[in-house]
Design a protein around this ligand. Structure first.
Ligand code: AQP
Length: 337
């Protein structure tokens, strides 16, 4: 039993490959920290991953990668739950019901769909469009109360609140909580190393744009060395980073890795050029990621153990979700024996 204190956390990461430093600093590191306060359910969300084409063999290997990253980062599976989404069918069942609660106008406003569908939205999958209703379902099928995410997921969580409120209102029952986003830490939106105006992303075709959790020491150092910057020295005051998105991003990454504040980073490096700052950042990134990467590689060498861990996590998740989906079906008016 995972019973804990202040509420129930649910969050997930898509197994779309190239897990990166943004996923770690913006999400997974927070997942680990929140374990002492909440009961936590951390999911590998493959149903989301296939909203855009993924080769089947990659779906399974990427699923193991995300699970291994959770464990290597320090999630305790004895107290908390890790599993892959497709093993708990209640997510998809509640997502359908939520498709009938959410309004088209709400989904039309989602910026992630616009970004991911691009110019040719007629060719995007219906699943990509309905992504936020599945997200609401996977949280609320556990009556999750808090959701740690990066900044990019804030709008989807607002929609989850709207869906919960409309369901409660339409069926005149106080079934679902209004989820609270937990957007924590100094790196809620890590930007691309090649363009300070775009988010570091798994799906960016440029590998140099991100630090992957699987990158070795030399690759991390090379990517930071090649990161886009400007020709100025670092300022001594935060205001001096205005209009310098790439410099601000690297300072932000340093700050998050060192778990310090911006004044202390600029106090140390203000007046210095990137020739000094970048090697220091590379050293810090390597030092922080190394123990996680060693454990990650060890876990990835034993896929059988990862699969069985995901299986037992799914059993525990199902035990929580099944009574909630049964309650919802009854409220909606579905007959069951
Ligand atoms: N650049 C980022 N900075 C901070 N947090 C981030 N997250 C993603 N990118 C950044 C957070 O990581 C968690 C898992 O993300 P996801 O797998 O659900 O996918 P995503 O948000 O769509 O992010 P990606 O990595 O860019 O994947 P693709 O390219 O597949 O879309 C979330 O909590 C997210 O906020």
């Amino acid at each position: 039993m995972i019973g804990k204190k202040e509420g129930r956390i649910f969050s997930g990461v898509q197994p779309t490959g190239n897990l990166h430093l943004g996923n770690y600093l913006g999400a997974i590191r927070n997942f680990v920290r929140l374990q002492s306060q909440y009961e936590c359910i951390y999911c590998v969300v493959e149903l989301h991953a296939i909203t855009q084409w993924q080769p089947p063999t990659e779906v399974s290997s990427n699923t193991r990668e995300v699970a291994a990253a959770y464990l290597a980062a320090g999630i305790e599976v004895k107290q908390h739950i890790i599993f892959n989404q497709s093993q708990v069918t209640a997510h998809a069942e509640l997502a359908w019901i939520f498709n009938c609660v959410a309004r088209l106008g709400w989904l039309d406003r989602m910026t992630q769909f616009k970004e991911k569908a691009g110019k040719d939205k007629e060719r995007a999958s219906a699943g990509l469009y309905a992504y936020p209703t599945l997200m609401a379902a996977e949280i609320l099928v556990y009556k999750g109360t808090h959701v740690p995410v990066g900044e990019d997921q804030k709008q989807h969580l607002e929609l989850a609140r709207d869906i919960a409120a409309k369901f409660n209102h339409d069926y005149k029952r106080d079934v679902f909580p209004l989820v609270e986003p937990l957007i924590l830490g100094a790196a809620t939106r890590v930007m691309s190393l090649k363009d300070g105006s775009s988010k570091m992303s798994k799906s960016d075709s440029a590998d140099l744009s991100r630090i992957n959790m699987t990158d070795d020491v030399d690759t991390i150092a090379r990517k930071i060395k090649k990161a886009k910057t400007d020709s100025d020295v670092l300022p001594s005051e935060p205001g001096g980073l205005k209009g310098r998105p790439e410099a601000a991003n690297l300072v932000g990454i340093y700050m998050a890795l060192a778990e310090t504040d911006i004044n202390s980073v600029l106090g140390q490096f203000g007046g210095q050029g990137f020739g000094v700052f970048k090697p220091a950042l590379a050293e810090l990134a390597i030092e922080t990621l190394a123990p996680i990467q060693t454990e990650f590689r060890r876990l990835m060498n034993d896929p059988g153990s990862l699969d069985s861990l995901l299986g037992s996590g799914a059993d525990r998740a199902r035990a929580l979700a099944d009574p909630i989906i049964a309650e919802v079906k009854e409220i909606v008016g579905f007959i069951r024996p």
